[in-house]
Structure formats: structure tokens, C-alpha cells
Design a protein around this ligand. Structure first.
Ligand SMILES: [Fe+2]
Ligand SMILES: [Fe+2]
Length: 318
């Protein structure tokens, strides 16, 4: 059981534990970040991606309350995965700062979390209850993990293509290598769970068609999710990439022909058809740059509001 294989990918947890490490940025031309221009759409996507990478520790809290975490292979993976994702967020923040957009990473993270509100707790409790009541619930979030990782690396590939920024290409190319390993783990684990398990397959398909949302939705609102999807994928190549993504997920037992990411794009297009300003107005008005209003919860959960924190501020964006 230590070697999980299938779908053209293989994954060894022992090897992953050995090689897992902080993103290697040696030799990356940080000093040239500001030398190439980025569009408003590129910057919108970068902020979205950074916020979602930085959200991983809270997403992890949802996974750790599930019955699947009785499996030591899963918890070993999550321990390494969480650390790797941390450095994706850190480096995207550093890139944006070096490009010339100033913000405090810790404040931004605290504010994003503060705005999750009650919905985060409700979601956490329903995931916990669902996993303990329904044995095959694990298949659902392992599949969602696979979709999220594949969507993330596909999105990074699309941003490389859209932006044409050489340093961003280098940085995202390195992050994509991590995301591929994450995808391999989730995909193979989901496959293992679903193989020969008709009940799990039916439940997985049923749940995906009802509860699945694109990566980041919940932290971001629907219009923000649409803005990312439309900027990155609303052309022939982008649409094809999302169809390929669905096809890969459809290789999991019982999921043949499933349409998720492509359907999300079509729905976003439909909303723009009804309201042409939908989504694009966020990119145009630079909504990505606006620091969210800090709620009272935000003040409780961050130490940054104290005036004497300058001596302890470590590892900031740049
Ligand atoms: Fe990541
Ligand atoms: Fe990942």
C-alpha cells in the first residue's frame, strides 16, 4: 500500500517524505521581476492564487477532522504538502511585492481569514460529520483534492502563457512541479478508494455534481472565481485545457464523462452574456489590490495590530 499507482502516474509516500522540501528558488532572477509588465488580469490572478495558497492551512484543518486521517499515509502526505504550499504562497507574495505592489503578507492573510466568518466553521463541522457518518466520504475529498491540484497547475500554466513574464514563468514552473506530485497523490489515493467500490463511485459522482466548486470558491466569491476562469481560460486553448482536465478526472473509476471545470467556464460565460461587465469589472477596477476591511475577528486573530511588532516581524514578502 505504500506505492500508489494508476492513471499514468505513480506515487511513493516514502520517496515523497524524503524529497519534500521548501520551494527551491535558487538562481531565480528576483531582481528582474519589475522589468517586465503585467496586465491587470495577470495581477488579479496572482493575488487570487496567493490568497488561495495561503489558505491551505485552514483547508488542512478540514481534512484533519475526517476519518480518512486515521490513515498514516494520508497524514504523512498532508504534513509535507502543507509545508510545500506555504512556500508557494510566500513566494507569490514576494513576487508581487518585488513587482512594486506593497502590502503586508500577514495582514492580508489575517484579513482573508477574518472574512470567512461562520461559513468556515459550518463547513468544517459538516465535513467532519459527513466523513464519520459516510464511510466512502473519503473518496469525495480525495477526488476534490485531485481536481484542485490539477486545476491549480493548469491555472499556473495558463498564467505563464497569458503573462509572458520570464521570471513568473520560472517561478510558476517550479511550483507546478510540486503541484504535479500533489495531484499524483490525490489521484492515486482516490483511485485506490474507488476501485471495485460501486457505492463509493456512485456517491463520488453524485456529490461532485452537487457540492463541488472550483478551487478557491468560498474564500473568493463567485464573481472573483469567474474573473479568474474567464481571464485564464476563455479562449480556444484554455477551453481545451479544461476539457482535458475533466477527461483526466473522468479516468477515475465511476467518473467517466464527468464535466466540472469546463462546466464552470461555460457558466461563467453565461453570466457574462447576461451582464457583460460581470467579472471583468473586478479586474478593471483593480479589486484585487483592495485590502479587505479588517473585522473585529481579524483583530483577534492577528498580532499585527500591535504597534511594537517591528522587532519580531520576520520573513515578510520581500
Ligand atoms: Fe500550491
Ligand atoms: Fe498543491
Amino acid at each position: 500500500m505504500r506505492q500508489r499507482k494508476g492513471g499514468g502516474t505513480s506515487f511513493s509516500i516514502e520517496r515523497y517524505k524524503e524529497v519534500s522540501k521548501k520551494l527551491d528558488t535558487a538562481g531565480l532572477a528576483w531582481e528582474e521581476v519589475a522589468a517586465s509588465r503585467l496586465s491587470k488580469g495577470d495581477l488579479f490572478c496572482l493575488h487570487y492564487m496567493m490568497d488561495i495558497e495561503n489558505h491551505v492551512p485552514l483547508y488542512l484543518s478540514h481534512l484533519l477532522v475526517t476519518r480518512a486521517c486515521m490513515d498514516p499515509i494520508l497524514t504523512a502526505f498532508l504534513a509535507c504538502w502543507n509545508y510545500e504550499e506555504l512556500w508557494h504562497g510566500e513566494n507569490l507574495g514576494k513576487f508581487i511585492n518585488l513587482y512594486g505592489i506593497e502590502f503586508d503578507s500577514q495582514d492580508r492573510i489575517a484579513n482573508v481569514r477574518a472574512n470567512l466568518g461562520l461559513q468556515n466553521s459550518v463547513s468544517l463541522m459538516s465535513t467532519m460529520a459527513g466523513s464519520w457518518m459516510l464511510k466512502d466520504f473519503s473518496a469525495v475529498y480525495l477526488t476534490i483534492g485531485a481536481i484542485n491540484e490539477l486545476a491549480t497547475l493548469t491555472g499556473y500554466g495558463a498564467l505563464i502563457r497569458k503573462s509572458g513574464h520570464p521570471v513568473l514563468k520560472d517561478l510558476l514552473g517550479r511550483i507546478i512541479k510540486d503541484e504535479r506530485r500533489h495531484f499524483a497523490f490525490y489521484f492515486n489515493s482516490a483511485k485506490e478508494w474507488l476501485s471495485g467500490n460501486d457505492h463509493a463511485q456512485r456517491m463520488d459522482r453524485w456529490m461532485l455534481n452537487r457540492i463541488w466548486v472550483p478551487v478557491g470558491q468560498g474564500v473568493k466569491n463567485l464573481e472573483e472565481v469567474d474573473a479568474l476562469a474567464l481571464y485564464l481560460f476563455d479562449d480556444e486553448q484554455g477551453e481545451e485545457e479544461l476539457l482535458n482536465l475533466d477527461e483526466k478526472i473522468g479516468m477515475l473509476p465511476g467518473l467517466s464523462g464527468v464535466k466540472l471545470m469546463s462546466k464552470a467556464l461555460y457558466r461563467a460565460r453565461e453570466r457574462v452574456r447576461k451582464n457583460p461587465r460581470w467579472a471583468w469589472r473586478l479586474i478593471e477596477s483593480e479589486a484585487w489590490a483592495v485590502a479587505r476591511t479588517k473585522s473585529p475577528i481579524g483583530e483577534l486573530t492577528t498580532r499585527r495590530s500591535h504597534a511594537d511588532d517591528s522587532a519580531t516581524a520576520v520573513g515578510g514578502g520581500a
